[in-house]
Design a protein around this ligand. Structure first.
Ligand SMILES: CC(C)(COP(=O)(O)OP(=O)(O)OC[C@H]1O[C@@H](n2cnc3c(N)ncnc32)[C@H](O)[C@@H]1OP(=O)(O)O)[C@@H](O)C(=O)NCCC(=O)NCCS
Length: 183
């Protein structure tokens, strides 16, 4: 398995994985094992790669089997849910720090193809992304829909993220989670 930053030619494969597991297009059979919420256009993937170097991929046998996104709040500001989170950063404290767009960034979505779940891919993709972002930011922030227990357990029990708060947006309840990037 190779873990690396995505390049522009990876976009079609990333888009395919997104379609398979996005809440709007996922099969009913796959939904209980988690879904991604943020929907990227090809142009938004391109910007994420070019401006933020913000996509980590796991590559097995010439196939992309997982991805994790990470970027500055400035990048995420085009989505209403993130506008809500950005506005609330100043009201949010983590380990004695009031959050800001300077001391934190947003990680996620992460998406692992079904055949590779329950393996080391989760930790490896997460860590590759976290380590890279730790050069710029001390705190990682993410959100998980309350109706995605697999992701909640993976992030709290396997990856050790802390739940910071719960918030409501668009008739959904989300957990906001975080961790320090250097550990
Ligand atoms: C979320 C995701 C990244 C987690 O990676 P993963 O490799 O599946 O994670 P793991 O299997 O190592 O860990 C998940 C844990 O949750 C548990 N779990 C699964 N469904 C559960 C449920 N309904 N309730 C409680 N725990 C559950 C699993 O049993 C496992 O714990 P265990 O190993 O102790 O048995 C992956 O499932 C995925 O890509 N899902 C689709 C997209 C997605 O949901 N992305 C996250 C968006 S926030």
């Amino acid at each position: 398995m190779i873990y690396r930053n995505a390049v522009l030619s990876d976009i079609p494969a990333i888009a395919e994985l997104q379609k398979k597991y996005h809440i709007a297009t996922i099969s009913e059979k796959d939904k209980p094992d988690g879904f991604v919420t943020t929907l990227f256009t090809e142009e938004q993937f391109k910007e994420l790669i070019e401006k933020e170097n913000g996509i980590t991929v796991a590559f097995d046998n010439k196939k992309i089997v997982a991805y994790a996104m990470a970027a500055s709040w400035e990048y995420w500001a085009k989505w209403p849910l993130f506008q809500h989170m950005i506005k609330d950063l100043k009201n949010t404290e983590y380990k004695g720090n009031i959050l800001s767009t300077i001391n934190s960034y947003q990680y996620g979505p992460i998406c692992i193809d079904k055949d590779y779940r329950g393996t080391e891919v989760l930790l490896k993709v997460f860590d590759f992304s976290r380590r890279q972002m730790s050069q710029k930011y001390p705190i990682l922030i993410t959100f998980i829909n309350q109706i995605n227990p697999r992701s909640y357990y993976a992030h709290t029990k396997k990856l050790g993220l802390d739940v910071i708060k719960k918030f409501e947006f668009n008739n959904n309840t989300y957990y906001e989670l975080g961790c320090e990037t250097s550990f």
